[in-house]
Design a protein around this ligand. Structure first.
Ligand code: HEM
Length: 430
């Protein structure tokens, strides 16, 4: 198939008369147009072969466009290269067109920045402080509690003939765990879910005004809610992560109030969308490969390598963004200074140069150097927690339900090409 005739080819440059006619910039366009939500991997594979570095120019903008990277070698190299910044506002495309960009990018530019979009030395300072609070001891202490939460949820399903894995288990478990860890009332977990979904829906809505309005409303509610809890904990600290973050802030006077709020918010949101999708995407993959599911049932001690393979095979975070701070030569191209780079983790994790038979689910795969949690400076802080939750959820599900099967062979996805996950996953227990 000629690349020019395929939707992945660059959109034709338009030359509108006035800048107000240019419309909003969709930074995710290269990803959105590179395949269906149900199965983006065949197109990723085509891209990796014919156009491993795909530049999409932004209509009406002469500067560097958005580059989509699909090869493992490039993704891995960019994630650990300090010549690529995580601060999206360092791209001229963002700086020159702020009013045409989604609200969350505008917010980041306006000062409410999390460690996810910071570079050293700010990133080092904030991450070090968050790490002091988010310790391995604190995560390990959650094991029993997580097991209990999973059991409660499975008890609620009881001996129902069918259940929705997403609604009944995959959404509530990580949301309750992260809420308890942070010290925000766990009974509000459906509320957080609603706010974070509103934020995410807002990013995906086709109507720009709705999108800005919805995402602003949701973030105002989340921030208001968290600010009130932070104020309470300042007066009366408890044994929770927010109190530990406050202590770290006061001890060293090194975390601003805005950073404390942004960090709490990041942990609350990053802590549930993603693990929900590990459980949902992972279960779907296992049910579609009965041999692998049977192997895991027969040898449950394989759970750790199985989780890594599920993360590689259909990961919850498909991409992230960096900005080139100078011209950077990669094999076969030079990424120009100022370019935004869309790093396709999902494609890298299926690269045959690194993974033998990459489209096959193999729960015994080892080594498995997947990039589902990123790599280098911004490597996922919550990886130990996500792995713990995943292990406990899959263990318990397979033990409780010896005959799980799919009710719908083609379940629907949430319309988000970055946070890849199902809206429902109806399972039969008989
Ligand atoms: C299976 C579940 C998860 C996946 C696949 C995942 C994936 C990722 C990825 C790919 C990044 C790097 C982004 C980048 O380089 O731009 C990241 C960063 C991060 N994740 Fe996760 N995540 C998961 C669960 C969690 C959980 C449970 C938490 C917290 C409780 C969390 C907190 C964070 C934080 C704070 C960062 C930012 C680290 C930094 O900028 O230094 N994640 N995650």
């Amino acid at each position: 198939m000629a690349a020019q005739t395929h939707p992945i080819s660059e959109p034709e440059a338009k030359t509108p008369e006035k800048s107000s006619e240019l419309g909003e910039i969709d930074l995710l366009l290269p990803l959105r147009s590179s395949g269906s939500l149900e199965s983006p991997y065949p197109i990723y594979s085509l891209l990796r072969t014919v156009r491993p570095h795909l530049e999409m120019k932004v209509p009406g903008y002469d500067g560097p466009g958005v580059w989509l990277m699909t090869r493992y070698e490039d993704v891995h190299a960019i994630l650990r290269d300090p010549r690529f910044s995580a601060d999206r506002t360092r791209a001229p495309l963002v700086r020159d067109n702020l009013e045409r960009l989604p609200a969350f990018v505008q917010q980041a530019a306006g000062g409410l920045r999390t460690m996810l979009v910071m570079d050293p030395p700010d990133h080092t300072r904030v991450r070090k402080l968050a790490n002091k609070a988010f310790t391995p001891r604190r995560v390990e202490a959650l094991r029993e509690r997580t097991e209990a939460i999973v059991e409660e949820r499975l008890d609620a399903i009881g001996d129902a003939e069918r259940f929705d894995l997403i609604h009944d288990l995959a959404e509530p478990v990580p949301a309750i765990v992260i809420a308890e860890l942070l010290g925000v009332p766990a009974e509000d977990h459906r509320q957080f879910r609603e706010w974070s979904s509103a934020l995410i829906r807002a990013l995906a809505s086709p109507n720009v005004e709705d999108r800005v309005e919805q995402s602003n409303q949701a973030s105002q509610k989340i921030f208001g809610y968290l600010a009130a809890i932070i104020a309470e904990r300042r007066k009366a600290p408890r044994d929770d992560l927010i109190s530990a973050l406050i202590a770290a802030q006061e001890e060293q006077d090194a975390l601003t109030d805005a950073e404390l709020l942004a960090t709490s918010n990041l942990l609350l949101l990053a802590g549930h969308e993603t693990t929900t999708n590990l459980i949902g995407n992972g279960m779907l993959a296992l049910l579609r490969e009965p041999d692998q599911l049977a192997l895991l049932r027969a040898e449950p001690e394989r759970i750790d390598t199985a989780i890594e393979e599920l993360l590689r095979f259909d990961g919850p975070v498909q991409a992230t963004v960096r900005v080139a701070l100078e011209d950077v030569p990669l094999k076969g191209c030079v990424v120009p200074k100022g370019a935004m780079v869309l790093i396709n983790i999902g494609a890298a994790n299926r690269d045959p140069e690194v993974f033998a038979e990459p489209d096959r689910l193999d729960i015994t795969r080892s080594p498995n150097p997947h990039l589902a949690f990123g790599f280098g400076t911004h490597f996922c802080m919550g990886a130990p927690l996500a792995r713990l939750e995943g292990r406990i959820a899959f263990d318990a599900l397979l033990r409780r339900f010896p005959r799980l099967s799919l009710v719908d062979e083609t379940p629907a996805y949430r319309p988000n090409p970055i946070l890849r996950g199902l809206s429902r996953l109806e399972l039969s227990t008989r």
